[in-house]
Design a protein. Structure first.
Length: 122
């Protein structure tokens, strides 16, 4: 799986569009789709800044989980703990969507591995 494939998976998990993602990192429309090898350091810095929940190692290499564990997030990212109940509920719902996306991603990987095993058996 390529960087652009992983970027698409992350963007979908965030329930946003690729255009919105590209705009948020000051990239031109189609930037992600045109990636051939890697992302510039400037864009990586912006992605880390704008999407602190994203595991950048996963984006770049495919290693690890797509999303960082909550224990890895810094204090500003955990500020929602002090929010009102409606805000916490909204954040919890968004977190559940992200978890669902992670599970979907893992299921997709398991399916791909099964297909590879079936091909190797033949």
């Amino acid at each position: 799986m390529s960087i652009k494939d992983r970027a698409r998976i992350f963007v979908k998990s965030q329930q946003t569009t690729m255009k919105a993602f590209e705009t948020s990192i000051n990239a031109s429309n189609g930037y992600i789709n045109n990636i051939t090898r890697s992302i510039s350091l400037e864009k990586i810095d912006l992605i880390v800044e704008k999407y602190p929940i994203l595991n950048i190692e996963w984006l770049l290499t495919g290693k690890g989980d797509m999303l960082k564990p909550l224990t890895d997030l810094s204090e500003p990212e955990l500020q929602y703990i002090n929010e009102d109940a409606d805000t916490r509920a909204s954040i919890t719902a968004k977190a559940l969507v992200k978890i669902d996306a992670s599970v979907s991603h893992l299921l997709q990987e398991v399916s791909e591995i099964k297909e590879e095993l079936i091909k190797k058996r033949k």
